[in-house]
Ligand binder design. Structure first.
Ligand SMILES: NC(=O)c1ccc[n+]([C@@H]2O[C@H](COP(=O)([O-])OP(=O)(O)OC[C@H]3O[C@@H](n4cnc5c(N)ncnc54)[C@H](O)[C@@H]3O)[C@@H](O)[C@H]2O)c1
Length: 336
């Protein structure tokens, strides 16, 4: 389907579920962007879930979001159970505004929901020539090192910086071997997941996505990844006032209450310490790394974000291919 037509349809669906035009546009754009950067697990496949949570009154389609200004640099947002996209959009805009004024913008969000891709928000800061770090916690999926029970989310870590070229550096990575959305998609499509990414509920390695969803996902790099997941839970949950310690509810399966996810947005002016030399320095840094001798078969050493930028540019020229089951969801939601 053409991008414009699909965006209009998603907006219409969200409006029919109670969102105002502005919030429906913010949310539709974020969902379509996920499709365009090649992350369909965070795109249209989640629309039904958001709508289901609105129907169960667990996402508030007309939230009264409060922003508390703590200092010219620091703000605290209570998202009032808004759809995560809306809270995150406001938070990154506030962090950008604070950073432009003072050099640093730190914004914490509580009472939010799943907001999709961290990199989407990081990009907004980088486009304004700012550096950024974004953290969010997520429902239990990953076992802390040594535990046989999931507690940490796939808690993505995201860092972005301008590069002096049009392609931003955006490292945006889950702390799990693969992200949970990919396991859900494999389960729906009856496909296997790779070896070494999950254990079943008895602690045995599995390639069956359904067993993996009942069991635990493994963190990247053993105890180091477990430590990073814990750090994200502290920064986005303990620090912000959001849920933490395994209390974030699974948006697909747990309708016992709102998610109360926490997010943290930290935006910085890149010229704080080296003045206008930053551009020259970052270009030099990337050039040194890109010039390194390469392993056989590697055409180019990419920096994080380059692959997604390329996909986005290519996909922008094409129609979005919608899988049959997602198309059925869209049709049903459109008749809501
Ligand atoms: N909201 C949530 O609760 C939640 C939870 C988990 C993940 N997510 C999102 O899911 C998305 C996908 O996460 P993921 O871990 O599957 O990402 P991924 O494995 O696709 O990519 C991770 C990072 O590696 C970079 N990369 C990929 N190939 C590369 C290469 N050849 N050379 C250099 N860098 C390369 C990417 O640009 C990216 O920055 C992220 O956007 C994340 O924010 C969201």
């Amino acid at each position: 389907m053409k991008i414009i037509k699909l965006t209009t349809l998603v907006k219409k669906i969200l409006r029919s579920h109670g969102l105002n035009n502005k919030d429906a546009t913010i949310s539709a754009n974020a969902l379509i962007n996920a499709e365009l950067v090649g992350a369909p697990s965070h795109g249209l496949s989640r629309l039904k879930m958001y709508c289901d949570r609105i129907k169960h009154k667990l996402i508030n389609p007309r939230p009264k979001i409060k922003i508390k200004k703590i200092s010219p640099s620091i703000s605290h947002i209570d998202a009032n159970n808004s759809i995560g996209f809306v809270a995150a959009d406001l938070a990154i805009k506030t962090a950008i505004k604070n950073a432009k004024k003072t050099g640093i913008g730190l914004v914490a969000v509580k009472n939010s929901g799943h907001y999709g891709l961290s990199g989407y928000y990081a990009e907004k800061a980088v486009k304004k020539n700012l550096m950024v770090m974004v953290f969010t916690n997520a429902p239990p999926a990953v076992a802390p090192h040594g535990a046989l029970k999931s507690l940490f989310g796939t808690n993505p870590i995201c860092f972005g910086t301008p590069t002096g070229s049009k392609i931003p550096f955006i490292l945006d990575t889950s702390i799990s071997m693969i992200n949970r959305g990919k396991i859900r998609v494999a389960a729906r499509e009856g496909k296997k997941i790779p070896k070494g990414v999950a254990l079943d509920k008895f602690g045995k390695p599995t390639t069956d996505p359904k067993k993996a969803l009942e069991g635990v996902q493994l963190p990247i790099a053993g105890f180091r990844g477990s430590g990073l997941a814990w750090m994200v839970d502290i920064l986005s949950g303990v620090f912000t006032g959001g849920n933490h310690g395994g209390k974030v509810k699974d948006p697909f399966t747990d309708f016992s209450g709102p998610q109360n996810i926490g997010h943290l947005f930290f935006v910085m002016k890149p010229n704080l310490f080296v003045g206008n030399n930053y551009n020259k320095r970052i270009k030099e840094n990337i050039k040194i790394i890109k010039k390194l001798p390469r392993i056989k078969g590697v055409k180019e050493i990419l920096y994080p974000g380059q692959n997604k930028y390329d996909k986005y540019k290519k996909n922008l020229k094409k129609e979005i291919i919608i899988k049959k089951n997602i198309m059925e969801d869209l049709k049903k939601l459109n008749n809501f």
